[in-house]
Design a protein around this ligand. Structure first.
Ligand SMILES: [Zn+2]
Length: 345
């Protein structure tokens, strides 16, 4: 596994709608690993093996992360913000942040006090970011309204192959789909293999819509993170008995294709790989839902990476799970054939 590249991705800012810096790195990384690499108007990067094959399988991992966006500047020079995606507002006060401006990153400190710390109803509009500006005019020399913000944190290695960082959701998935594609190429996959790092999953789903509408795949697989039930009180009754380090997670829900799940299980069995099973009701809340409803309809499955503390600045994942997801999806690409019949009977 190319840990250096993975960690570079995880340390890059890619708030939903502002993913270009990260997508550019993926675009360059994939140049010698795919037959074709393209970028579209939204910044979605799609890498392809066997671009002329009529049967197409599309893997999607989203490149964007949750964060904040600057909405206004107070007379005192502090920045006001709104949320981009599903943040935990109470995680921000007392922490340093990065503001992604047209002139590069500047740093800020999120105001905190006893009163703020006691406010469990804190909203994004209550947050104030101190960039050291003297007043409003001074602040506006450095930032523009609409600039995006993340925690000022980088990925760290924990024990036993675990890593912690912000937005492993879903930059792990973005890494996995591209590495799986490269590996499928090496293993001699015969069908059209497509991997996309989508924009906008946390906010609009537009990246998956653009890509799936244009690729028109026969099959799609979303690769995203899922909650573990192994600590922090998340009930296994809600999603399934999911633990870190125990392998990729296959999802059962009304819209996920059962034959694709069977195929994923067969691939895991062939590799001697342990996999886990989760349940979702109705929608998966991933790019899978979007891809499913493009064109004439696209059968899809969801492969998830177990993740603790989702949408917090200290998400924890396992590098062993990341490697297993890569291996499973590469095998899936290789196992696909043009004559696959996905009708249930
Ligand atoms: Zn996600």
């Amino acid at each position: 596994m190319n840990k250096v590249f993975l960690f570079d991705l995880l340390n890059t800012g890619s708030v939903s709608g502002n993913e270009a810096e990260l997508e550019k790195k993926i675009y360059e990384y994939m140049q010698d690993k795919a037959d074709r690499v393209t970028v579209d108007e939204l910044g979605n990067v799609t890498a392809v093996i066997n671009p002329d094959a009529p049967f197409k399988v599309l893997l999607a991992g989203h490149a964007d992360e949750i964060g904040l966006m600057v909405t206004a500047v107070g007379n005192d020079g502090t920045l006001m913000v709104t949320n981009i995606g599903g943040i935990y507002t109470t995680t921000y006060p007392g922490h340093k942040v990065r503001i992604y401006t047209k002139n590069g990153i500047i740093y800020g400190a999120v105001a905190n006090s006893r009163e703020i710390a006691k406010n469990s109803e804190l909203k994004a509009a209550d947050l104030r970011i101190d960039i050291g500006a003297k007043d409003k005019a001074d602040a506006l020399q450095y930032v523009e309204l609409g600039d995006t913000v993340t925690f000022d944190t980088d990925v760290r290695e924990l024990q036993n192959g675990c890593i912690s960082g912000r937005a492993l959701d879903d930059r792990l998935g973005a890494f996995i789909v591209m590495e799986a594609l490269a590996k499928a190429g090496e293993k001699g996959a015969a069908v059209g293999c497509y991997a996309v790092t989508t924009t906008g999953e946390e906010t609009t789903g537009n990246g998956a819509y653009f890509t799936s509408s244009r690729v028109q795949p026969n099959i799609a697989i979303a690769v995203d993170v899922t909650y573990t039930s192994d600590n922090c009180g998340i009930s296994e009754a809600l999603t399934g008995d999911i633990a870190l380090g125990k392998g990729p997670v296959i999802c059962n829900n009304p819209s996920i294709h059962k034959k694709l799940n069977e195929k994923l299980r067969a691939c895991a069995a062939k590799l001697g790989m342990q996999i886990q099973t989760e349940a979702a009701n109705g929608r998966t809340g991933t790019d899978g839902d979007t891809m499913h409803r493009t064109g004439i309809g696209v059968p899809f499955a969801l492969v998830s990476i177990p993740l603790r503390y989702m949408h917090n600045p200290d998400e924890v994942g396992s590098l062993a799970d990341v490697q297993d997801c890569i291996d499973l999806l590469a095998e899936f690409f290789v196992s696909c054939t043009e004559d696959m019949d996905l009708r249930p009977f």
